[in-house]
Design a binder for this molecule. Structure first.
Ligand code: MN
Ligand code: MN
Length: 299
């Protein structure tokens, strides 16, 4: 206090008058939290339509529209210890941002909490995955993201599956919704080390059989990454690199519902608000509730 303690300061009054945007149900302190949400407003390597750096606050705003109670999961979200750290300060270089995410998420994981990242572009996921060696990984994505480097950068968003393979090893990664692959990626000797499940295969088999296969092959700890362009553009138009013929949001939810108990970290990336009609950010907010709600209902 700047007045020798004669008068209390006005932090509570000011706190009631100004907002610092966070996920509405994130009402716990970091100390008490079981789920730690954070944004990373970075889209520096995005090749086609930039703007995913604007997604974290857009998702938080959309989340305000959601009910805090979910009768299907039987949870009241404000009662669940969730905190929102706000947004990471980002550098200009993707590799530096990935390193910063790795360092910050290490604290979260060491403290026994579940990190939930609001991207930003897909390259950022590497910083989280480095904290989960030995885990399996489920990726929702239209793209294989399997280039060793792109535009001279190993930390381009077109390389995230390849970087994850280097960390997790063969047979651990299930990438669902694939429908855009370069010839070099497809013919790479590494290709068979990741199980790419195309959007067509999901349509032909049904998501239940896809879930059964992953259940047989994945271990007990799974990292879950949602590139919003994996979902059909009719449902998720607000992305940087849209691809027709995608999977359905209900299929992503079925995967989350089934595997929630095993999921140790979660991210939503590539949402690009300037191309959105509002549905993509709404869906992203809802997927966060689906993850936390179904994980809590299994706890
Ligand atoms: Mn991607
Ligand atoms: Mn993609």
């Amino acid at each position: 206090m700047g007045n020798d303690g004669r008068q209390k300061d006005h932090v509570s009054e000011l706190g009631a008058m100004f907002s610092h945007r966070k996920i509405a149900d994130a009402q716990a302190s970091y100390e008490d939290a079981r789920y730690v949400i954070f944004g990373v407003p970075f889209d520096g390597t995005s090749s086609f339509r930039r703007g995913s750096r604007l997604a974290p606050d857009t998702i938080r705003l959309a989340y305000d529209n959601l009910e805090s109670f979910d009768f299907q999961y039987g949870v009241n979200f404000p009662d669940i210890p969730i905190c929102d750290l706000g947004d990471l300060y980002v550098e200009e270089d993707a590799e530096e941002v990935v390193d910063d995410i790795e360092r910050s998420v290490k604290h979260v994981v060491d403290d026994g909490k579940v990190p939930i990242m609001l991207g930003g572009e897909h390259s950022l996921t590497t910083g989280l995955v480095r904290n989960f060696p030995g885990c399996s990984m489920i990726i929702i994505d239209a793209h294989s993201d399997f280039r060793d480097e792109y535009m001279g950068n190993k930390f381009n968003h077109a390389c995230i599956t390849r970087r994850s393979l280097e960390i997790l090893g063969p047979g651990k990664i299930f990438s669902i919704g694939t429908r855009s692959v370069s010839r070099e990626e497809y013919e790479s000797p590494e290709w068979s080390k990741v199980r790419f499940i195309s959007a067509n295969e999901v349509r032909e088999k049904g998501i239940t059989r896809v879930i059964e296969e992953i259940e047989r092959k994945a271990g007990d700890r799974i990292y879950f990454s949602i590139d919003m362009d994996g979902i059909d553009p009719s449902e998720a138009p607000g992305v940087g690199t849209p691809e027709p013929y995608g999977i359905q949001s209900s299929e992503v939810r079925a995967l989350i519902n089934h595997f929630a108990g095993k999921i140790v970290g979660f991210d939503i990336v590539e949402l690009t608000p300037v191309y959105d009609n509002g549905n993509t950010s709404m869906l992203a907010a809802r997927l966060i509730q689906d993850f936390i709600g179904s994980k809590e209902s299994k706890a």
